[in-house]
Design a protein around this ligand. Sequence first.
Ligand code: AMP
Ligand code: MG
Length: 282
Amino acid sequence: MNFYGLSRQSSFVSFIKTLEHNWLLHVKTTRTLKTQQTRIKSSQNFSTSCKHLTVKKRKRGPSARSNKLFQIEQDRLAMATSKLKDQYFDYFLVLDFEATCKENELIYPQEIIEFPVLKINSKTLETESVFHQYVQPRVHKDLTPFCTKLTGIIQAMVDDQPYIEDVLKSFDKWMADNNLLDENVKSLFVICGDWDLLKMLPSQAEYFKFETPSYFNRWLNVKKAYAEMTSTYPKGMMPMLEGLEIHHQGRHHSGIDDCKNIGNILIELLKRGYMAKATGSR
Ligand code: AMP
Ligand code: MG
């Protein structure tokens, strides 16, 4: 091989080497690009699945705990901005009897079948204790279908329940257990109208010849409180709820639900600056 031939051969080898190097470089670059693309794709998939999770979480809404905390904060704010006055009474005892009844007909003697009372703290406006007892009627033992439809009280809810005298004893114990008989603790019954404590309880006491404790002899009729604050005398509980834009809770003419709604009306009036006082007595 002459010098010229050798040199031709070596330049051919270096040409092949350059080709090989470029090819390897190409393969390497393609591989790197592919890996990067896969990484991007999988990260996109991940964020999509994260989005999916986020959407799902959002759909579930805030937790019960955060709802509760939000409500507490709202209540605090409402209390801070309310015109709640220092009340003469420490507690309000919201009471609402249900009794035996017939459609378009008077029933005699009418007897209490549901006896619920809420104890509301006049400063915090919290319900601190509840007395709730169904009562067995003695004269008209069978509830009329009308009575059940009106009050939601079925026969089985009063059968085998204590009679009114025993319920009054339990109620007196509840009053004592709740410090409500302490002369330094001032409380006032709150009813819707005057019927419960002016007519219903006294007429039943007279018929069955039992005494009623003196604490039942004075009360606040929430309709009068509403009239004082709004200059409109309301027909009943429902128009008061509507007038004050309060959501009605539970079933109308269920004693315990009526108590909750009457309590909410009272609380709203107190927040608007109502100074509670007895409006009825016997
Ligand atoms: P309330 O506190 O308004 O739920 O009613 C107390 C009680 O009054 C009821 O348990 C019934 O005995 C009687 N009452 C209420 N509405 C009627 C009505 N439309 N017809 C007959 N009795 C009624
Ligand atoms: Mg009622």
